[in-house]
Design a binder for this molecule. Structure first.
Ligand code: ARG
Ligand code: ZN
Length: 420
């Protein structure tokens, strides 16, 4: 099995740096878009001509990082287009360095806490972890609760890494099922961190949980895109896609959340392998997508919920994303989401928004959430966009992991409670 340290990555591959790259928030995109009918979308222009990396795009704004040497030209371009913008951060490399500096400047007592390993895997929620630690944690849980846990390798990645799912259940045949995944997008590190925390919350006091938790079958996949995750830790912090080579392009990687078989050839994804939202050659073309689709299709009986964790934006959203229509029982989904965001605010003070996806994130086909709803008939389908709201974006400081993870668990608990 490939791991992070066995040389899968080319040793000559130098880390990508973002010195003095800026993160911008550009407003009134949709307005300018409609004026720009038949023209290249703004995001594509910024990516192809101005060294831009799109962080987030929705109906209200576009967050994009611009490399240092393109800033002047990009600024002129925006002015020319009469686009309002704001600088969210003026040195992304500094953000990235701060994120990983924890540990270097740690006090003795922090160090002590960190090495006090209650678990063999050494997992904790003060920092982000490599893939091996996450997988060791999954094995550790299985080892501690062999009667109710089952660890699956549901497939392999292009670079040979395992795709792992942990099932927790006292009665897999009877209990209603809840699927939870994280790490579809490589750079959203808070997502696997939150999903591992959810595992920990579930298992550390399993016997004390109410029936609505214990009498469920849980399927948990903390990292759906291990190759991308490793690459984002080793080479490019802002990598989003998987690492599959393309047939006809030097660029590689497919956006797994545009590769599922629902509205696949529609809006919100790209046919260009160099794009960050490249949808792939065909629906399910990717090993990761294929593995999840096959695994869940066999288990769709009793599958009541599909929860998928992303960042950032602080939202709890439900289908549809691929078209501007709400699912039939949107009222129920909205109410449960409302409860979740209210409970989050009480717990941590953070404001999350509950909504239908297309209204707040724009229309995009090929998502795992819509696929689960359309193909499997899953009722409670939610995409959770974790912290923050743009200050740090994907590079969320480790000091915020624990509280964010608690917010994620609050959604899980609320949804489980809604399923009786
Ligand atoms: N940020 C996520 C993405 O772009 C949002 C997913 C919402 N669902 C969807 N099917 N587009 O993938
Ligand atoms: Zn995402």
């Amino acid at each position: 099995t490939a791991t992070e340290d066995d040389g899968v990555l080319d040793v000559n591959e130098l880390p990508v740096r973002y010195d003095e790259a800026q993160l911008w928030r550009i407003y009134n995109i949709s307005e300018s878009m409609s004026r720009r009918r038949n023209m290249m979308p703004l995001a594509d222009i910024l990516e192809s001509k101005y060294g831009g990396t799109v962080w987030k795009e929705n109906s209200k704004f576009l967050d994009v990082s611009i490399e240092k040497n393109h800033i002047k030209a990009a600024r002129a371009f925006l002015e020319n287009q009469n686009l309002m913008s704001e600088v969210l951060n003026s040195n992304i490399q500094e953000l990235i360095d701060q994120e990983s500096a924890i540990g270097v400047n740690m006090t003795q007592s922090e160090m002590g806490q960190r090495t006090k390993k209650s678990a063999r895997s050494g997992i904790h929620w003060k920092d982000y972890h490599d893939l091996d630690t996450i997988y060791a944690f999954m094995r550790e849980i299985r080892g501690k609760f062999p009667n109710i846990c089952r660890l699956y390798t549901i497939g392999k990645t292009a670079e040979g890494r395992d795709l792992k799912v942990l099932r927790i259940s006292e009665n897999p045949k009877e209990y209603k099922k809840i699927w939870i995944d994280g790490g579809i997008h490589a750079r959203e590190w808070i997502s696997p961190a939150t999903v591992t925390f959810i595992l920990y919350q579930l298992m550390s006091k399993w016997q004390d949980h109410p029936e609505y938790i214990r009498q469920k079958t849980w399927y948990v996949m903390p990292v759906m895109n291990p190759d991308g995750y490793v690459y984002s830790r080793k080479v490019n912090r802002l990598w989003r896609k998987n690492r599959a080579p393309a047939k006809r392009s030097q660029c590689l990687g497919v956006d797994l959340n545009r590769n599922f078989d629902i509205g696949w050839s529609g809006y919100g994804s790209s046919t260009n392998p160099c794009s960050d939202t490249y949808r792939g050659e065909s629906p399910n073309s990717e090993l990761e997508t294929d593995a999840v689709v096959k695994f869940l299709s066999k288990r769709k009986y009793n599958l009541e919920s599909y929860l998928t964790f992303h960042s950032y934006g602080q939202m709890v959203v439900y289908p549809w994303a691929y078209k501007a229509v709400k699912v039939k029982d949107a009222g129920v989904l909205q109410r449960v989401a409302n409860t979740a965001v209210q409970r989050i605010e009480k717990k941590t003070g953070q404001i999350y928004r509950a909504s239908v996806t297309h209204e707040v994130l724009g229309i995009a086909g090929g998502g795992s959430d819509d696929w689960s709803r359309a193909a499997l008939g899953t009722k409670y389908v939610y995409t959770i966009e974790l912290r923050d709201r743009g200050q740090f974006g994907f590079v969320l400081p480790p000091s915020q992991i624990l509280e964010t993870a608690i917010e994620g668990y609050t959604v899980v608990d609320t949804v489980a409670q809604a399923i009786q």
